[in-house]
Design a protein. Sequence first.
Length: 503
Amino acid sequence: MLRKDLLRVSRAGGGFRPRFVGREHRPLAARVLGTFADHVGERRGDLDAALASLEADGGDFKLVRGLAALVERECRFEVRSPVPSERVRRTVFETAETVGVATEAERADAVGRAADRLGVDVSDVEVALYADRDVNEVLVDADVRWGPDDLLEQYDLSLAQTALFDATEVRIRSNDPKRLVSAVKRLRLMYEIERTPDGRELVVTGPDALFKRTRRYGTAFARLLRTAAGTAEWRLTATIDDRGRERTMTLTDEDVGVPGVEPVTEPAFDSGVEADFAGRFRALDLDWTLVREPEPLETGTSVMIPDFAFEYDHGEFRLFFEVMGFWTPEYVEKKLHQLADVEDVDLLVAVDESLGVGEEISARDHRVVTYAGTVRVKAVVDVLREYESTFVADAAAGLPDELAPDDDVVALDALAAAYGVSVEAVEGKRFPEHERIGRTLLRPRVLDDVAGAIDAGMALAEAEAALSERGIDDASAVLSRLGYRVEWEGLGGGTLRAKDGDA
């Protein structure tokens, strides 16, 4: 982004169009880069004078300063002073007050006394006196990551971002709408997704709708443009408040791109409530996968993208989850309309209890949990368990009462996966050819084979190896079934003992 005073736009025909650069500006970009490289080790004042000469040579001064501003952000300046400037100034002003400076000779006397007090040469005092002024800072590093072409591309992006500072509404179409919505939510902007004859359009509302304009919103729009420009195909139409006059600006993927540099990192969630819930939920061992910002849902003439979806690991089922926090009355009313018109899907809504709209949402046939401060994971899990019990019952009903796996040894979770159901769905079945021991099914001959390979007094590690050779992972359950317990010997390992106490 550039300073607003460096904005270059055309208002021809009542429009609002950034004055982008072209190949003809490549020599100027190269000269700007070269000017910085040539002034490493020199004062900023000398660098500024050299850049001013580029303006005087016929270059557009806003363009030169805009390019220079971008390059300068990549450079490093430092104060070079034999003595801290602030300390020198304080000492000189104190001696000047004593001397009473009115002439050059009196000034020299004051500087000399200050040098004596500081224990340095007079020349060091003269250098240090104003060394920390911007104009006297020294350029020490001009290792810029851009060449002339990348600099021009970065300039076009920054120019367009600056043009969005005064936007009141932005409409974007992209081949990656989900990416845009994620960015909008993370930037805490108000948005809707409208269905148009040409597809879906993301409508981002500016601060004038609900809030006082602040620089934060202009910066948010600018960052949103960077996200849009990072997609393959996009079109942006913005309503600009141009000194009180409403103008329209249109940009496409042919106008602006993102140079080959890393974008600004954005936070993963648009609210602490969502981030806190996701972290706590994902720490649980459940048969559900939490998906962040799933596909859009139809809501009449527009669409909405819920905050999350829960996907059941053992079937084709998805429960959408929306976290509805405290917002303005207008936002709440719009959200209620969306929930009323959302397509026929299973939807769970966590509602901030301060809104007082839980019953109204329930009346729209959606599941509701209320929260204060943080969403209670248990309340959400309880809802998932209700769905899960239905799925387990349906899956169990679809299986025969008796199951006969081909393998001699098979874990219950592997058997359940083979049938595409949860473990709970197979637990209640009969296994006429196997014996269930813990979470494992074994044919009798395997159990007899294991019994013959294990004796009391055997090291636990040796017994576990014998079981593993036969494909048995649940060692503790099988050893208990065969009548053994483990006698632990400190940290040195364990030994098998008969449960009745015999050696």
